[in-house]
Design a protein around this ligand. Structure first.
Ligand code: LLP
Length: 451
């Protein structure tokens, strides 16, 4: 009698999602195939081998240009410094130089890359909380623009080396503004309990300024801060800026010295997952530059040169990692593991920070992602996973698996665990691909063995 009220069981609806927020800007799907920079990813993977890092040159350039545009829009004397730790290669250094930006190096090794690339050394900023004497010598001899000083010992060491060499070294003092941004504990750096910089409590930062001003061989140019990484809430920057400009005012009152340069570090967050909604570079530029201008005007101080130091937001979404699916293991009632030919050696971020990544099959990119699988690495660790319980297109052995948003802190944190050779890096642009870092060989692994 009458119509049944029982719901008719239906197949769940799956849509082809828009992955553009986690993919490079030139990504497109043509006949089901993912293309980046006009290059077919599945074809590239089969030609060059996997695992493979692919970087979209146009995306990197666009991000650098966005930073330059939205900082200088508010104040002409701004500089964008690319934080090399996010992704460092000779080709990348050259690209940064071509875009007229500066470079942050955090070790002697990164400085060697800048030198190998012929990067203009006066645009190099040297970081690190325990630079060795050798690294300091190398940096000063090379004529780097600024050393960002992290301790009293380092100030003294720079003074001695610079005098020995008969030069005056420009420095910034790294200040810990006492702000804890809302991000993973391992990548918070601006809080009081930090190994980085000089704290404002107990007069440490002011004491560092006094010494920097007095010590021979040192040109005290200004201050630096870096509150953390993968930051979504820009209020953390506003608070830190208020604190640091207040400190600039104290410096002026106590020493009569004007801070000529203010580097607010990096840290702008990016989208790793589809729900992520990071701030735009446009908004960030306004918060930083307008924030500084507003506070210095309140204190009647001159507006300094303003530097920003982004790493992740330049390269993360520019990159993908391609793998080949090697085994598929269904653990009944638990989950399906798809093991690929890489893992924690080329992407440690999932094991280290429980990072989330979006995944797709490179030549089924027009199909809905209706399977849930765990992408596992090939290494001898249970925690060697790349993406836990992620949605992906129906996947088969031999498929090319594309993990999105891996352009930052993956290649730069890669290791040779299990004596795995590290992948090549390919830049793509205008339908062409070029290998900028070749895949390692077993000979590379054996090169340092002398016993
Ligand atoms: N400046 C300084 C002094 C830094 O220490 C960092 C990053 C940056 C700039 C760039 O920050 P970004 O814009 O990339 O957030 N390995 C971690 C990230 C560590 C960040 C270290 N410092 C990860 O994979 O999430």
């Amino acid at each position: 009698m009458g119509a049944t009220t029982e719901p008719i069981p239906q197949e769940p609806m799956f849509e082809v999602e828009d992955l553009s927020s986690v993919l490079p800007m030139t990504a497109e799907v043509v006949s089901g195939h993912l293309r980046i920079g006009g290059v077919d990813m599945a074809k590239l993977a089969r030609e060059r081998g996997t695992a493979l890092y692919v970087m979209d040159e146009a995306h990197i350039r666009n991000q650098l240009r966005e930073y330059v545009k939205w900082t200088t829009f508010h104040w002409k004397d701004c500089e964008t410094i690319f934080a090399g730790k996010a992704f460092m290669s000779v080709a990348m250094c050259r690209l940064v130089a071509e875009e007229g930006c500066a470079l942050d190096v955090s070790s002697g090794g990164e400085l060697a890359f800048a030198q190998a690339a012929g990067f203009p050394l006066e645009r190099v900023y040297v970081h690190g909380n325990n630079k060795t004497m050798l690294e300091l010598h190398e940096a000063i001899r090379a004529g780097v623009g600024r050393i960002v000083v992290d301790s009293f010992e380092e100030l003294q060491r720079i003074s001695c080396i610079a005098q020995e060499m008969g030069v005056e070294q420009g420095i910034l003092l790294r200040i810990t503004p006492g702000i804890k941004p809302d991000t993973h504990g391992y990548i918070q750096t601006g809080q009081n309990d930090s190994k980085f910089g000089f704290g404002l409590n107990h007069g440490l930062a002011m004491e560092a300024v006094r010494r920097a001003v007095e010590l021979p061989g040192i040109d005290f140019a200004g201050l630096h801060m870096h509150i953390g990484s993968q930051i979504f809430a820009l209020q953390s920057y506003s608070k830190a800026i208020e604190v640091i400009v207040h400190f600039m005012d104290e410096i002026m009152r106590e020493t009569g010295v004007a801070v000529r340069e203010l580097d607010t570090g990096g840290g702008l967050g990016i989208a790793y997952g589809l729900p992520d909604e990071p701030s735009t570079v446009e908004h960030y530029g306004k918060v930083i530059v307008d924030g500084i201008k507003e506070h210095v005007e309140e204190h009647d101080l001159p507006v300094p040169k303003i530097m920003v130091e982004p790493g992740r937001s330049i390269v993360a979404n520019a990159g993908v990692t391609l793998y080949t699916a090697g085994t598929i293991k269904d653990v009944p009632g638990i989950r399906t593991y798809v093991a690929v030919d890489g893992g924690m050696t080329d992407n440690i971020r999932t094991a280290l920070y429980d990072a989330h990544y979006e995944v797709l099959v490179a030549d089924k990119a027009d199909q809905p992602r209706k399977e849930v699988v765990t992408i596992a690495g090939k290494h001898c660790e249970t925690g060697d996973l790349i993406a836990r319980d992620v949605r992906v297109q129906p996947i088969e052995i031999g498929d090319i698996v594309c993990v999105c948003s891996t352009g930052a802190y993956c290649q730069s944190m890669a290791s040779n665990y299990n004596k795995q050779v590290r992948p090549a890096v390919v830049f793509v642009a205008d339908g062409e691909s070029r290998v900028v870092v070749r895949r390692e060989t077993y000979d590379d692994l054996l090169r340092c063995e002398v016993g």
